[in-house]
Design a protein around this ligand. Structure first.
Ligand code: FES
Length: 141
């Protein structure tokens, strides 16, 4: 027998009742049901010099939770890097592949599409533009 006490039925039921309430305070609570959450910035966010993402390059901005690609035709695309599976921040970019360390989902950083489950929902696209030589992502960007 282990030394760990077995929780009473009341303790288990109390925990189950509190969990959904605790989730209300978070901006990124969701299920695997397919709905992206408010992972994208709600205000414009300056990412730095546009020169940091030259044509053909992809850069992960971990602090801002955004990935930016700069296509050969000069256009930029940005996606949230909050995993659509269970909202872990994605901190690994290998080439153009984003890898979530929580459960192993993979996404294409240039399209946001899922490359490997358990995630089933693409990363939400975030508007991005260059203003005064700086990359700006978020609404009204
Ligand atoms: S939170 Fe990213 S794979 Fe589960």
């Amino acid at each position: 027998m282990s030394g760990r006490p077995i929780p009473s039925r009341r303790t288990v039921l109390r925990g189950a009742a509190v969990a959904p309430v605790a989730c209300l305070g978070l901006t990124a609570c969701s299920t695997d049901s397919g709905r992206a959450t408010s992972a994208a910035p709600t205000v414009p966010v300056e990412l730095g010099s546009a020169g940091e993402v030259p044509k053909g390059a992809t850069k992960l901005f971990t602090g801002e939770r955004i990935v930016v690609t700069h296509a050969d035709d000069g256009t930029y695309k940005a996606f949230s890097t909050v995993c659509t599976h269970a909202q872990c921040p994605i901190n690994t970019l290998e080439g153009t592949e984003l890898i979530c360390s929580c459960h192993g989902s993979k996404f294409d950083a240039t399209t946001g599409q899922v490359l490997h489950d358990p995630a089933t929902v693409p990363l939400p696209e975030v508007p991005v533009t260059v203003k005064g030589g700086k990359l700006v992502a978020g609404p009204e960007a």
